[in-house]
Ligand binder design. Structure first.
Ligand SMILES: *Cc1c(COP(=O)(O)O)cnc(C)c1O
Length: 403
């Protein structure tokens, strides 16, 4: 059956905050018969990924690799550091900090949430106060989502570490950097973050299916105090393997390792991680410049007003129901592009978050792709008659031009 003619029939673009766009070279590296898992190339590739992953997180600590998505990283980080009955502080307020908090609760942890709403980052002064109030040092860990992919708020981990130190509190600082590692800076060692985790499918540009948990000596000491750690999540044999089989606690994620090797070649050895971060920073500014122009004449609004608290990886937008859903549907059908949905943004007036959309600007992304995304949104606003200010593409092009 033939559709009516339209402009969607090119290469489809996924502009959602993960899975991100992957380099062809990553995909091609994965396109191969099953490799030998006992000896040879796969084993060399696996070991070679470890220092490069540490370079991305800027740590001399350890990294454990798991077959699993971001939710698995949540489990792994908690399983190695905390026992049921331990108390944790979860500052945040948007969907992903709530999700990690819920995972903690299901593991039998006692969770204190500090809610900063869905439009703001974590206030480190409030964290400091909560820790000062915990005179008995019952709180064993502070769980921070560096970039909450739902709100697109980025929290300042260095400031949170300073707040913890000011309160002279011994809790671990753990960061869910799943949305943003490889897009927003992470200086795990400099900032004093004890555990950092990420998934394969966002800044690392590999399909979903692997996750990575980085940890330092303080986190390892917490692990050593536990009576037991479930065999699968235990990071100990994964970083001190007696044999290759232990690195993955079973069969390795063979093809992911081939893809990851190439992705790390690109990020660490070809482009360079600080250049990768700078590229994401510029592309993010191009998004915000376009949004500011649209916002000048209509309902569109960047969800995070504070520029310092915005992420280089994802931008959440408020546009009012039903415009968000209409726009997402339009760009998919008419422009061959998929935008992110509103997550955890429901209100009484907008129970299905129809007033939201998100632009993922993470991973294998350059200016022509991003300008295409912004141009398609601009076309959608025009086609649907959604009021908007003009000059968005001009503003974004100025940023990409280095002006
Ligand atoms: C994507 C994401 C997750 C969840 O990852 P899954 O792979 O979907 O389990 C968790 N936290 C953050 C911040 C994320 O961006």
């Amino acid at each position: 059956m033939l559709n009516t003619p339209n402009l969607s029939h090119g290469r489809h673009t996924l502009a959602i905050p993960g899975p991100s766009v992957m380099p062809e070279r990553v995909l091609q590296a994965m396109h191969r018969p099953a490799p030998n898992i006992y000896t040879g190339e796969l084993i060399d590739i696996t070991y070679s990924c470890i220092p490069d992953l540490k370079a991305v997180a800027k740590t001399q600590g350890e990294v454990a690799m798991y077959i699993g998505n971001g939710h698995a990283a949540w489990e792994a980080s908690l399983a190695n550091t905390l026992a049921p009955g331990d108390r944790v502080l979860v500052p945040g307020g948007a969907q992903f900090s709530k999700g990690w908090a819920e995972t903690a609760r299901k593991r039998g942890l006692i969770v204190d949430e500090l809610d900063f709403g869905r439009r703001a980052p974590i206030d480190s002064d409030a964290v400091e106060q909560a820790l000062r109030d915990d005179k008995a040092h019952e709180i064993k860990a502070v769980l921070v989502v560096q970039v909450d992919t739902a709100s697109s708020a980025k929290s300042d981990l260095a400031a949170i570490r300073r707040a913890m130190d000011a309160a002279v509190h011994p809790a671990l600082l753990m960061s869910d950097s799943i949305a943003c590692l490889g897009c927003d800076d992470m200086q795990m060692d400099n900032w004093g973050v004890d555990v950092v985790m990420t998934g394969s499918q966002k800044g690392l540009m590999v399909p979903p299916g692997m996750c990575f948990v980085f940890f330092n000596e303080k986190a390892q000491a917490a692990r050593a105090r536990l009576e037991r750690v479930s065999g699968y999540w235990d990071w100990e044999p994964r970083v001190n393997p007696q044999g290759y089989y232990q690195i993955s606690c079973g069969t390795a994620p063979t093809h992911h390792f081939y893809g990851l090797r190439v992705a790390l070649d690109i990020l660490v050895h070809e482009e360079g991680i600080d250049n990768v971060l700078a590229r994401h920073a510029t592309l993010a500014r191009a998004v915000w410049a376009a949004c500011d122009a649209w916002a000048s004449g209509g309902p569109l609004e960047i969800n995070i007003p504070d520029i310092a608290a915005r992420s280089n990886a994802v931008t959440s937008m408020r546009i009012g129901a039903p415009y968000g859903t209409q726009l997402r549907d339009w760009v998919t059908a008419e422009a061959g592009m998929t935008l992110g949905i509103g997550l955890g943004m429901a209100t009484e007036d907008d129970p299905n978050s129809d007033g939201f959309f998100r632009i993922g600007h993470m991973g294998h992304l350059n200016s022509h792709m991003l300008l295409g995304t912004l141009g398609s949104i601009d076309a959608g606003l025009k086609s649907l008659g959604i009021p908007h200010g003009s000059g968005a593409l001009e503003a974004a092009a100025q940023v990409c031009a280095g002006k």
